[in-house]
Design a protein around this ligand. Structure first.
Ligand code: MN
Length: 128
């Protein structure tokens, strides 16, 4: 693995989504680390410095808004983009993701063709 390999932490309770996103992102050359729920993510993040976090919102143990707020309190995550992945299309959800500290959000269902470019934009933006 080269030093330039970007690491993406994907927090998602749905195994089918994890499989889909892992396939897409690995094909793009990313290293994908997965957490099946929020508490696992909190454990993983103690020793992981990802380049980007892809954050599901609806999870059984803690919602992605709350987890994002916790992540943004962690010093080594302060400048790491967190992109919410949500099926919620209710009014106010965009504001809620931004208030929680998310840098943006992508709506489910996942667009297989668009996802790489969507994430690349957040990674590139963060390098400027
Ligand atoms: Mn979910």
């Amino acid at each position: 693995m080269s030093d330039e390999t970007k690491v993406i932490l994907y927090v998602e309770d749905n195994p089918e989504n994890r499989l889909l996103v892992r396939r897409i992102l690995q094909a793009e050359g990313y290293q994908v680390v997965e957490a099946e729920h929020a508490h696992q993510a909190l454990e993983i993040i103690e020793s992981l410095h990802p380049d980007l976090v892809l954050m599901d919102i609806n999870m059984p143990d803690m919602d992605g808004f709350t987890l994002t707020a916790k992540f943004k309190q962690i010093p080594h995550l302060r400048d790491v983009p967190i992109v919410a992945l949500t099926a919620n299309v209710m009014r106010g959800d965009k504001e809620r993701t931004l208030n929680a500290g998310c840098d943006g959000y992508i709506q489910k269902p996942i667009d297989v063709d668009a996802l790489p470019a969507q994430l690349a934009a957040y990674l590139k933006h963060n390098e400027q």
